[in-house]
Write a protein that binds this ligand. Structure first.
Ligand code: GLC
Ligand code: CA
Length: 533
């Protein structure tokens, strides 16, 4: 990549941080985090030294899917704050050198959105064509076999008109019809509205969705039944993943760059293969960043992760920037999913994530190795996973941030029930870890700093080195990383020079002993030019 140098973009070699607002900090005692809460902790994010913040949905919504069911794209959810709060937040973040990204949901709206309310009023209504309507199948029943995110039919019947409308998620999240040019025009205006207010960019929800098959063909059965490849046994070949969606991103990229080449589109590209993910970069003229789900869902082994890294780098067009993340609000947190609660594994994962070339995205709580919380059925708040036919509960990864060890975890006022229960905050909390140089939080902060120094402003070059089984050794620019993904000590066969950081922090004690790496540990060293190349 060195040869094809690209102008620096702020996300190159940078660290982004996903704030799930409702679980971040509650400032008005209603049990839900809010925008003033994000504001109140900006100094914390500045101390961590993240470059950008992706805010979970901020727009008005009935909250059937916690903001992913938008009822007004140009507003702020009153429970979270006001437009003023958001403007102030962006300005305050800028003072601390941090950009703010909003979550944009173009695949569907809430059925409470005025467009849908109007569309459902009759077949001739002005906004009818904004949504995907279809007559019943010839023998009656839903027009196709498509399934929604709960495992039920993706079609809801509208008695009044005798037609079905499409909903790939909940029935109260009606899919927009991207074959309708007016929908494109609406979203151009939405983008401009927020860009005009100084928003640095968008995380685009369900980027692989948007267009549906014009002929409404049935989805075929999926050859691979896991969550990455299939929706309840079907491959979403026609209900999503249509090639026409790329034209939308080419259009949005032009709008984005008309503001500045430093504005950003980051896609939630939930696809199963790195090359399909890479396709969302177009020829460098679509999304600048894409979330890497094959990496997220890979096993926590050296060959699995290194394999996806290699595939990803090979698939991306020259000069495009990869994204490394391991948790978000839809999946189990990596300290649980990959680490099984073993802190050594969480540290190892952070060390690797922070040293891969491109953009590193943290989910709130990753930096203190927050684990999934077992949310009892009576307390669950996610309708998609609790009303469905199965699937993993998402609430477990959405519980309040642990700011301290107090009974409210520092999240809300005493006596206020939080919207979701707290996890074990005895030591997994910011206050305790901030003062402890040996903590995961301090490690994470040191990793972010090292990353910024070593390759901030660039997409570093990556090369995997051969090594014994279970060891992942690679070079990223001038750094040499060795990561032991086994429960046994592994003797390195490359000379390790001066270690800059290890999974234990500034020390190598308990990690590296005369060329042998302890189980589930890793080191970052300066590459010695005299090493075999
Ligand atoms: C995305 C969001 C998820 C939401 C879904 C529907 O996958 O991340 O939380 O339920 O889209 O909008
Ligand atoms: Ca609140």
């Amino acid at each position: 990549m060195d040869a094809k140098r690209r102008a620096a973009r702020w996300w190159h070699g940078a660290t982004l941080y996903q704030v799930y607002i409702r679980s971040w900090l509650d400032t008005n005692g209603d049990g839900y985090g809010d925008l003033p809460g994000v504001m109140a902790k900006l100094d914390y994010l500045a101390w961590l030294d993240v470059d950008g913040i992706w805010l979970s949905p901020t727009m008005p919504s009935p909250d059937d899917d916690w903001g992913y069911d938008v009822s007004d794209y140009l507003g702020v959810h009153p429970e979270l704050g006001t437009l003023d709060d958001l403007d102030r937040l962006v300005a305050e973040a800028a003072k601390r050198n941090m950009k703010v990204l909003l979550d944009l949901v173009p695949n569907h709206t809430s059925t409470a959105h005025p467009w849908f309310v109007e569309a459902v009023s009759g077949r001739d209504s002005a906004h009818r064509s904004y949504y995907v309507w279809a007559d019943p199948a010839p023998g009656g029943g839903p027009p196709t076999n498509w399934l929604d995110a709960t495992g039920h039919s993706a079609w809801a019947f509208d008695e009044a008109s005798g037609q079905y409308y499409l909903h790939n998620f909940l029935a109260s999240q009606a899919d927009l019809n991207w074959w309708e040019p007016a929908v494109h025009e609406e979203f151009r205006e939405i983008l401009r509205f927020w860009f005009d207010r100084g928003i640095a960019g968008f995380r685009i929800d369900v980027a692989q969705g948007l267009y549906k098959d014009a002929e409404l063909r049935d989805d075929p059965p999926s050859a691979t039944p896991d969550r990455l490849h299939s929706r309840f046994g079907l491959e979403q070949l026609y209900s999503a993943n249509r090639p026409e969606s790329h034209s939308v991103f080419r259009d949005w990229r032009k709008i984005t760059e008309s503001y500045s080449p430093q504005r950003l589109l980051l896609g939630e590209t939930w696809v199963s293969e790195p090359d399909r993910m890479a396709a969302f970069h177009g020829q460098g003229d679509e999304l600048q960043l894409t979330f890497n789900f094959p990496f997220i869902f890979a096993d926590f082994t050296a060959p699995a992760l290194a394999g996806i890294v290699a595939e990803t780098l090979a698939a991306l067009p020259a000069g495009e920037c990869p994204v490394w993340t391991a948790s978000n609000h839809d999946i189990s947190r990596f300290p649980s999913r990959w680490g099984g609660g073993d802190e050594r594994k969480a540290r190892l994962a952070l060390l690797v994530l922070a040293t891969l070339p491109g953009t590193f995205v943290l989910y709130y709580g990753d930096e203190i190795a927050m684990t999934d919380v077992d949310v009892p059925p009576a307390l669950r708040r996610d309708r998609i996973t609790s009303s469905g036919l199965g699937g993993d509960g998402r609430d477990r990864a959405r519980t309040p941030m642990h700011w301290d060890a107090s009974p409210t975890a520092g999240f809300t006022a005493e006596g206020v029930p939080p919207w979701l229960p707290y996890g074990d905050n005895a030591s997994r909390n910011v206050a305790a870890q901030r003062d402890d140089p040996a903590s995961v939080l301090r490690l994470c902060r040191d990793l972010i700093a090292l990353r910024a120094r070593a390759f901030g402003g660039r997409i570093a070059s990556y090369r995997e080195l051969p090594g014994p089984p279970g060891l992942w050794t690679y070079r990223v620019d001038d750094l040499l990383i060795a990561a032991n993904f086994t429960g046994e000590p592994v003797t390195l066969d490359v000379p390790i020079g001066s270690v800059l950081l290890s999974t234990a922090g500034a020390t190598t004690e308990g990690v590296l002993d005369r060329g042998t790496l302890a189980p589930w540990t890793g080191v970052i060293a300066r590459h010695q030019p005299k090493d075999a190349d």
